[in-house]
Ligand binder design. Sequence first.
Ligand code: FAD
Length: 466
Amino acid sequence: MRVEDHAPLAAGADDLCLPVYVFEPAVRQAHDFDASHQRFINQSLLELDASLRQRGAQLLLLSGDVPEVFEKLHEAIPFSRIVSHEETGNAITYKRDLALKEWTRRKGIEWLEYTQTGVVRRLKSRDLWAGKWLERMTKPIIEAPPRLILPPHLDNFSFSLMPDAVSSKVTQPGGESRAKETLVSFLSSRGRNYQKEMSSPLTAESSCSRLSPYITWGNISLKRVYQASRQVKKAEWQPSMRSFQSRLWWHCHFMQKLEDEPEIEFRNFSRAYDGLREDEFNQTYFQAWCEGMTGYPFVDACMRALHQTSWINFRMRAMLVSFAAYHLWLHWKPCADFLAKHFLDYEPGIHYSQFQMQSGVTGINTIRIYSPAKQAAEQDPHGLFIRQYVPELANLPTQYLARPELTPPLVQQLYGLRIGVDYPEPIVDEKLALSQAKERIFALRKTAFALAEADRVQAKHGSRRT
Ligand SMILES: Cc1cc2nc3c(=O)[nH]c(=O)nc-3n(C[C@H](O)[C@H](O)[C@H](O)COP(=O)(O)OP(=O)(O)OC[C@H]3O[C@@H](n4cnc5c(N)ncnc54)[C@H](O)[C@@H]3O)c2cc1C
């Protein structure tokens, strides 16, 4: 959803060219799609259409399953070639790609797919992957084509967006120009203290790049972002820029895992962990986690922030998942599906890999369990974030905010708060829940099968960065 650094569009400019976007019912009705995603897509498509019109073209918006849509389009306007970016998406888009491949084969139509990130199709080994990533990121930026020539007889087609489904969330607006503005503001002022300020939700909101939805939906290329960050020369910015560039690398590193093993959308990286949490899924805990009503204020504040804005920083995402996985012993899959809808930047390759990593089921990553109270003390020491998103606790003195259940009854009375009535008691006893969780996961990690699986996962997916 951009015109700059868009290899397929540039290739299309060599001939008659019809830019097409297809609204796919299977994607729009899926468990991981949200009204806020649709709104962002619509905003992006409106701007894209305007950009294409300035170049003598326009965007054709169609709706339906892709092979059927293309069959009808082909009857109306015969074409011999489809050009697109490669996509590493969820099972639905993977299946669609296979169906489209089959359709193009039957029709004798050429389908050219261009790379757009560091993800490598049909990768044989991870060994030289990092070098390939750098090679891709340092290639020249592709200019937007100045002119495009549409085929004739397009009068029967109209430009109509899918209606915006109602979303009460206040999210970042979509579009290529917004993406560029966000990049410029990050690299000229907001990003200076990125490295130091990325972990607290208070500072991360402005010190993180906030580029993720634009990268996910294709409003800006990863290559452009990488190259722009390399242009920042001020010495005091360098630690932040290095951290930022590592994360752009991680973006593709995690997506490569889904590309290489699409099954990780549904099952554990390490099969040794199969059955660990599945049979004990506690629906009440899950509900409380989803609603931001666990009785752990920092966890609840993060979840409620997501309900309102569809974005939160990395550390808080990790804490939310660690809490679900260890404190509540919830299997990652329903939690990942739930948050996919609540992340405007939902990118399946990063999402499922990160979810499994933070839940301890990859077999190769260090087990990280975040204590919500410790995180609150470090990342929100004055309780500003908690007060903003958990208004029931807004009046409580800071010393009680992270563990409000410990507030003496008289103090509760003084501040007009009844723990257990106005705000829940903690749904689990942290000490007990964590000791049980640690015992189970560390015992499993030592088994021969888990060790063999760790070797297998490491060989297939492990980073070879060093
Ligand atoms: C459980 C969990 C789920 C996640 N799901 C997603 C997701 O669906 N989509 C998504 O884009 N990110 C996801 N992340 C990674 C990360 O939290 C977000 O990329 C980041 O918070 C987005 O904000 P930003 O653009 O300001 O990031 P910045 O910190 O400014 O980073 C710049 C870019 O680098 C990439 N990036 C940053 N951190 C990571 C990371 N840890 N792993 C991979 N790439 C990274 C993203 O493309 C991001 O836009 C997830 C993290 C966790 C713990």
